[in-house]
Ligand binder design. Structure first.
Ligand code: C2E
Ligand code: CA
Ligand code: CA
Length: 584
């Protein structure tokens, strides 16, 4: 009885226990179920794109966002591969996302940026994290993609900014370097050609100085617009870059010499029409240098250097033109570098000397003055003519110090001759524009004259027509110098800006007719007419006239007959060292 009671009790206890156990289990299950549905909800409502695929690429899980991206219901997607979906959707005339095709399952977690196209064809960047998972012994991959389009756009913008010039919007030097390296690589692999074209705008500095930086910027923008149009319409494979300042480059993949020349001609033509800047029409031109791969250089460095050399060659030879590099230019370039180097020490080494060439009064046939002409005898280069080194001295600014030495020396010589021959000759000293531009020029002239003790009326400074480029500021400066009592003479008259209109703007005393009109004038009716006209105008403006380059007696006589005031030239005397004038 007791046993039966105990058995019953145990049975009751087991039942109760089991009941409690069942109750507990159900609660757990409910909890699990609610957790699972919560998780699904989280997945489903997640704005990121979430999907899982099996090893055959079939979708086993997908959330709302992803279904929307694909443009189908979740149920239509589950169990299918991307290819199957694509086929279905394309058949319905719609596009579909790309890029998430899964060929092999990843072994570890990996993160990738992908470009997707949604079913309406819109592109978006996503960052996808793929995680390998095992569900009931099946290998799957779970992927979560985040839309990073905005960040990508921002990155692209930064990249664009880093590779483009803010003013013109053209690709910049950085991009040029990258593209040049890539194009060279391609040309090497394909045994092709590549032309590198480099150009800048002649006298850009003048525009900037005269019309202001805004006008300079405006010009650069207009130039780049014309270039971009040219590329679009005639040279679709050409690529243009702004290197900085007024320097532009063009890469011409697969262009040979003749094709590059044709391009350069098209480029020059772009400048035929004037540019409207700051309400004025400006005629502007480029100087273009070209180098070719493989002929002119095997690497980027040489190609650029040689294009640069060719460009400088054009600059030194008349501008507004193009030139393909030749090795002769390189010699020219190295010589220039050498001159520049040697010039730096020429003053301290005492390598300069002044020669003097007499100027004769055509009425009295007597010496009237002397023009000082510099000579340079360098220990390495030997004798270098002034036509060759003066432009380099100007370019580098060394002319400022050299110019001061010239003035001091010439005035010192004037004093010596005065003591020696008891005769006051006019002393003509050449002054380059670069010197005039120097803010210290006026003070330097004033001090040098004062120190020398020379009467300023015996000094004539020879300036050239290139000052016409710097109108207003230059006029003021010249008037100031005139106030010191020195004379001003316009050198090489007729060769430069050939406009007579500016003559009365400057406080001039004399004109020097350039030797190109004077030489051989007897046989040249046109030059005769020019010389006569210059003399007539000069008389009207109360300027005296000096003819330079007088090499024959006939020319000397002709000049005297038509009323030219003074003459200078080999017929009278070559330029000579001061010591060679025994009697003046
Ligand atoms: P420039 O001022 O026109 O000087 C006249 C040039 O013509 C000189 O050349 C002179 O030697 C040359 N010449 C003189 N008579 C005759 C002639 O009858 N026939 C020919 N064919 N030539 C003649 P140079 O001395 O070689 O000077 C060349 C240029 O270099 C000068 O032209 C001037 O622009 C510049 N230069 C010379 N010395 C100086 C200087 O001290 N300072 C500056 N800034 N420039 C100078
Ligand atoms: Ca001169
Ligand atoms: Ca001259």
């Amino acid at each position: 009885m007791l046993v039966a009671f105990l058995l019953l009790l145990s049975l009751i206890l087991i039942c109760v226990g089991f009941f409690i156990y069942i109750l507990f289990q159900k609660k757990q299950l409910n909890k699990l179920l609610s957790q699972k549905s919560f998780l699904f909800k989280v997945i489903d409502l997640n704005p990121n794109y979430i999907y899982a695929k099996d090893q055959y690429g079939r979708y086993s899980l997908i959330n709302q966002s992803y279904a929307q991206l694909v443009g189908r219901n979740i149920q239509d997607i589950i169990g299918k591969t991307d290819e199957e979906l694509k086929a279905e959707i394309v058949a319905n005339g719609k596009t579909i996302h790309e890029g998430v095709l899964l060929k092999t399952l990843p072994e570890t977690v990996f993160i990738k940026e992908e470009l997707l196209t949604d079913f309406v064809g819109e592109k978006m960047w996503v960052q996808t994290v793929k995680v390998p998972i095992q569900v009931k012994h099946h290998n799957k991959v779970l992927a979560v993609s985040t839309n990073i389009t905005e960040r990508k756009q921002f990155e692209d913008e930064i990249k664009h900014q880093a590779n483009h010039d803010a003013l013109t919007g053209l690709p910049n030097r950085r991009m040029f370097n990258t593209d040049l390296a890539n194009d060279l690589e391609t040309a090497k692999i394909e045994a092709g050609t590549l032309a590198v074209l480099l150009f800048d705008i002649d006298r850009f500095k003048y525009i900037n100085d005269m019309l202001g930086h805004d006008a300079g910027d405006e010009l650069l923008v207009q130039v780049s617009q014309r270039l971009t149009d040219l590329m679009k319409h005639c040279h679709p494979h050409a690529k243009i870059y702004r290197l900085g300042g007024d320097e532009f480059t063009v890469l011409l993949p697969n262009y040979n010499g003749a094709q590059s020349e044709a391009f350069a001609k098209d480029l020059l033509e772009l400048f035929e029409e004037s540019f409207l800047i700051a309400d004025s029409e400006n005629v502007i031109s480029p100087s273009i240098g070209i180098s070719l791969y493989p002929d002119d250089g095997q690497d980027a460095n040489y190609l650029m250097k040689h294009a640069d050399t060719a460009m400088y060659y054009i600059k030194a030879n008349g501008k507004r033109n193009y030139q393909i590099f030749t090795p002769i230019m390189q010699q020219h370039f190295y010589r220039k570098l050498m001159i520049e180097k040697q010039l730096r020490t020429a003053l301290t080494e005492g390598e300069f000397e002044l020669y003097y060439q007499p100027i004769v009064d055509l009425a009295s046939n007597e010496f009237f003055g002397m023009e000082s002409l510099i000579r340079w005898n360098n220990q390495v280069l030997g004798h270098v003519p002034p036509d060759e080194f003066i432009p380099i001295a100007e370019e580098t600014g060394m002319i400022v110090a050299i110019g001061q030495w010239i003035l001091e020396t010439a005035l010192g010589q004037h004093v010596l001759w005065q003591q020696q021959f008891n005769k006051k000759l006019k002393i003509n000293v050449n002054v380059s524009v670069r010197q005039l531009l120097e803010t210290t020029f006026f003070d330097m002239v004033k001090m040098t004259i004062e120190r020398s003790g020379v009467e300023p009326t015996y000094i004539a400074l020879e300036i050239t027509e290139s000052i016409a480029m710097y109108e207003e500021s230059m006029i003021e400066k010249l008037y100031a110098v005139k106030q010191l009592g020195v004379q001003l003479s316009m050198d090489d008259f007729g060769t430069g800006y050939s406009s007579l209109s500016y003559l009365n703007k400057y406080p001039l005393d004399a004109l020097k007719i350039d030797k190109s009109f004077v030489k051989g004038v007897i046989e040249n009716e046109e030059n005769k007419a020019i010389i006569k006209t210059i003399i007539a105008i000069a008389k009207q403006l109360e300027l005296t006239v000096v003819a330079e380059g007088v090499e024959e007696q006939a020319v000397y006589k002709f000049l005297a007959n038509i009323g030219c005031d003074y003459a200078q030239g080999y017929y009278i005397s070559r330029p000579l060292p001061a010591t060679e004038f025994n009697n003046i």
